[in-house]
Design a protein around this ligand. Structure first.
Ligand SMILES: NC(=O)c1ccc[n+]([C@@H]2O[C@H](COP(=O)([O-])OP(=O)(O)OC[C@H]3O[C@@H](n4cnc5c(N)ncnc54)[C@H](OP(=O)(O)O)[C@@H]3O)[C@@H](O)[C@H]2O)c1
Length: 248
């Protein structure tokens, strides 16, 4: 089972950044690419320039979202829609930020998987690709966002176990810093957005993430790409911190 054996792909969060790049890239293959997001104008542009089938939809509307998914014989589900509201310290996150981030990054993704799995199991083919983050694997002092991406990490691992023997593959893609509109939507303070975006490093591009997904789809059926981590060469994670005597 490679990309050529699949017919229908669903990409959530396809109106910008990584999701748009994935949708554009996959539309060059012999596939029906269903692109989902809320911004209709962006989707119309995607449709007219790539041929993607677009659906204006809020993935947090669980009923409408799963009704749509159940109407498509989904071979490949790419759970990409995500936000970073409350991206900084949890103590500063608002009630709305917490709900929006968990609902978009986790609840919608779990509903999507639940909606497409029966058909995939029946047809004995399918690939679920979850866009996680390095924040889901390493501590980045971003508890809320990290918790949602950590959930995607465990979801991916558990699904592989639950689906063993069905032929359905599950891949987690964990990007580090990618040059997208992510911070524009995550942060309200224009100065802070500017500082985040002007990192001065060469960031990974959305197209480079899309290529990793194409690779995961194209390996032979007997190979499951479990997880790919892609970060800028100039970015790294980990380390240790101590509270200094002065700050006590
Ligand atoms: N950029 C990074 O450095 C980075 C690093 C690691 C992981 N990621 C992950 O990569 C994924 C894509 O993010 P990005 O960097 O490409 O950011 P982006 O350009 O802001 O894209 C986010 C996408 O999600 C969609 N979306 C958000 N809420 C939605 C909702 N309720 N319903 C439907 N669609 C929704 C947005 O579309 P609408 O606003 O039109 O709905 C947009 O298309 C996210 O899961 C993010 O957590 C990003």
């Amino acid at each position: 089972m490679t990309i050529n054996d699949y017919k229908n792909v669903v990409v959530t969060g396809a109106s910008s950044g990584i999701g748009e790049a994935i949708a554009r890239c996959l539309s060059q293959e012999d596939l029906n690419v269903h692109a989902i997001a809320r911004r209709t104008e962006r989707l119309e542009d995607l449709s007219s320039t790539s041929g993607c089938l677009v659906h204006t939809m809020d993935v947090c509307d669980s009923k409408a979202f799963t009704d749509l998914l159940e109407k498509i014989e989904v071979d490949v589900l790419i759970n990409n829609a995500g936000v970073g509201r409350g991206y900084g310290q949890l103590v500063e996150a608002s009630y709305e930020d917490i709900d929006t981030t968990i609902d978009t990054n986790v609840k919608a993704a779990v509903h999507a998987v639940r909606a497409v799995l029966p058909g995939m199991i029946e047809r004995k083919r399918g690939h679920v690709i979850n866009i996680g983050s390095m924040a889901g694997l390493y501590p980045l002092a971003s508890s809320l966002y990290g918790a949602t991406k950590g959930a995607m990490h465990v979801l991916s691992m558990d699904l592989r176990l639950e689906l063993q023997g069905t032929g359905i593959r599950v891949t987690e893609i964990c990007p580090g810093r990618v040059s997208t509109e992510f911070y524009d939507a995550a942060i309200d303070d224009p100065e802070l957005i500017k500082r985040k975006k002007d990192s001065g490093i060469k960031e990974v591009t959305s197209e480079e993430i899309a290529q990793a997904i194409i690779y995961s789809l194209n390996v032979p059926q007997h190979v499951n790409v479990n997880r790919i981590e892609l970060q800028p060469t100039e970015q790294t994670y980990g380390g240790m911190q101590f509270t200094s005597k002065e700050s006590k």
